[in-house]
Design a protein around this ligand. Structure first.
Ligand SMILES: [Zn+2]
Length: 329
């Protein structure tokens, strides 16, 4: 089914232009509040494109006995997500183990199952094994092992200054503790497929992506960190919308992310929303795409209002712009 052009497409095209402009201007578009200066600029062809695509043809197909495995990617870049599909007569389910993470695939009907593979932004680029376990209606099982390559990602370098009463948050111990807590939030693997063919939207319609995912950041001239999401330009009190249908997995106040909401979209996909002024949802609540989760604030490790958006797939933070661009059945 071909998706019809939508407002999403129009503003994502506009965002591509803005991202290119941002690169050319050497970071002038970045949030002033964060005082972020990217050096050097990433190559123009590395600028993420956020163009919705129709159902793609597989890049490669492997036939193993009765099963067919289709990969919709050639390689998974660091911090990237890839889609694959497994099909066989009378197939009842598929489990995947990749990079020590176990996931399950969702049914596409017609004996077919889709799944996501993801690599963290720090995964060593090389070839890895993808282990699949297939089970069939007659009770038989089949194990398949296929190679999947993780390739080098391209990331900015940024200097960030946090001063005043929030300077104490530039602390690797605080950051590690918060990331460990988020590992727990992302741990449940929900066997429910919440998103639909509308895909995922930016939480701030028409919002400008300002600070890039994965950037190597130096805080206050010394502390090394990585940017686990994208920043969107936002003003205080602006509503933040759910990217897709899901269930609220966590709400609370974190030291770095401030007022925080995590949404479980099922099958290992989570989105998170940070630096809220006010949160309007509660843990366990079912939400729909576009529902107001809360309002933009300046809570946590930030010196001014902005919005930090993260997507996690199979337990690791991935590039939300690349994820938006994926065809997601
Ligand atoms: Zn951010």
């Amino acid at each position: 089914m071909m998706p019809t052009p939508s407002p999403l497409r129009r503003w994502t095209v506009a965002l591509i232009a803005l991202c290119i402009l941002c690169t050319l201007l050497g970071g002038l578009m970045l949030t002033a509040a964060q005082e972020v200066t990217p050096t050097p600029a990433i190559p123009a062809d590395a600028t993420p494109t956020i163009t919705p695509v129709p159902r793609p043809l597989p890049v490669s197909t492997q036939v193993v006995e009765a099963a067919t495995v289709e990969f919709f990617f050639a390689e998974i870049p660091q911090g990237g997500t890839g889609l694959f599909y497994v099909n066989a007569a009378n197939l009842q389910g598929v489990q995947a183990v990749f990079l020590d993470h176990t996931s399950e695939l969702w049914s596409a009907g017609n004996d077919g199952f889709y799944g996501f593979l993801s690599a963290s932004m720090e995964q060593t680029p090389r070839q890895y094994d993808l282990d699949l376990l297939l089970w069939y209606a007659d009770g038989t099982r089949q194990s398949i092992q296929l190679p999947v390559t993780v390739s080098l990602g391209q990331f900015l370098r940024q200097d960030v200054n946090i001063t005043g009463d929030k300077a104490y948050l530039v602390d690797p111990t605080i950051e590690r503790a918060e990331l460990a807590r988020l590992d727990g939030v992302f741990a449940p693997f929900t066997l429910e497929h919440f998103w639909d063919e509308q895909g995922f939207d930016l939480p701030i319609p028409g919002g400008e992506l300002t600070s890039a995912f994965g950037a190597f950041r130096t805080f206050n001239g010394s502390m090394q960190s990585r940017h686990t999401g994208w920043d969107l330009k936002a003003s205080l009190g602006q509503p933040i919308l759910a990217a897709a249908d899901g269930k609220v997995a966590f709400t609370g106040t974190l030291e770095i992310r401030g007022g925080f909401v995590a949404v479980d979209h099922g099958y290992g996909v989570y989105s998170t929303y940070s630096h809220f002024q006010q949160v309007h949802v509660t843990q366990g609540q079912s939400i729909v795409q576009g529902q107001v989760l809360g309002t933009v604030g300046a809570t946590g490790r930030t010196s001014g209002p902005h919005f930090h958006w993260e997507i996690a797939v199979n337990g690791v933070f991935v590039d939300a712009a690349q994820f938006l661009n994926l065809w997601k059945p």
